[in-house]
Write a protein that binds this ligand. Sequence first.
Ligand SMILES: Nc1ncnc2c1ncn2[C@@H]1O[C@H](COP(=O)(O)OP(=O)(O)OP(=O)(O)O)[C@@H](O)[C@H]1O
Ligand SMILES: [Mg+2]
Length: 304
Amino acid sequence: MFDVIGLGNSCLDILGVVPYIPGVDEKIEMSNTSMQGGGEVGTALATLAKLGSSTAFVGKIGDDPIGTFIKEDFVKYGVDINNLIVESGAISPSSIVMVEKYSGLRTIIDCGKSVTNLKPEEIRSGLIEKSKYLHLDSWHREAALEAATKARKKGIPVVLDADIPAYDASISQLIQLTDILITSQSFAQMFTKTDVVNISIDKMISLGPSVVMVTLGKNGVVCEGGGERFKTPAFEIEVVDTTGAGDVFHGAFIHAMLQDWSLQKAVEFASAVSAIKCGMMGGRDGIPTFLEALDFLTRHDRKY
Ligand SMILES: Nc1ncnc2c1ncn2[C@@H]1O[C@H](COP(=O)(O)OP(=O)(O)OP(=O)(O)O)[C@@H](O)[C@H]1O
Ligand SMILES: [Mg+2]
């Protein structure tokens, strides 16, 4: 039994700080270069594991050095990888992330990958039913739909990270099988064809999820759930790098739900954990432990 099973993306991020985003035919220097695990579900699981939840990753990598890095990083965090398929001869996913020095905002280039999508029949029988939460992203859509259907049958809540790559023809189908939908602002805008967050939330909640959240980067998050709608501001911190803030937010939110906290408390906890992450380079190095997160909240006058 796992607290959370995550099915989706895990990749290698090569990150560094640049003075500005370069133009055509320019050559600039990257500093503070770092290699870290990345990807929506992958980083959410690393967050959950660091906070103290038991997790298992379901997905695919290639048998290349990038894949080895991804695997070893999961092992480092204590994420179970018995359901991580290694595809022979395939190139694993990786990204180059340029972090702008002035703002800490990241620009991402996804590098070519050839690893194939996980097929529904590649999910080990009975696995999905062995978790308290199922976490999904935009990857392996057919397998994600199958996993969500199985989880729903068992009453296991399905959490979906819908960011830009998720915007495609079958995303509505997946949202209909989702209990907790947390989207980036850009996904919400594209999917609901409005930049008014409250209208986006109305539209998305009408598709079935009981909780819908739109994260707004440094402007916080708007959440609807339990018949209430509220906005939780982001914590003010010195930003080094926002890479993975959304991924970490998802992991921390699920960890908070596993503590049986109220929705408001869970959203605040996730905001704190993702803000702490933004104080360091990369998607994973800045993830705090549970005690470090509670200490941060106490220092910000929150009672936990
Ligand atoms: N600059 C920041 N300062 C403090 N907290 C931040 C900052 N940026 C992000 N966060 C926290 O992280 C949450 C998620 O961030 P964001 O909305 O940028 O996710 P995203 O768009 O999915 O990005 P990604 O998935 O690439 O990390 C925000 O709601 C906020 O609580
Ligand atoms: Mg995101």
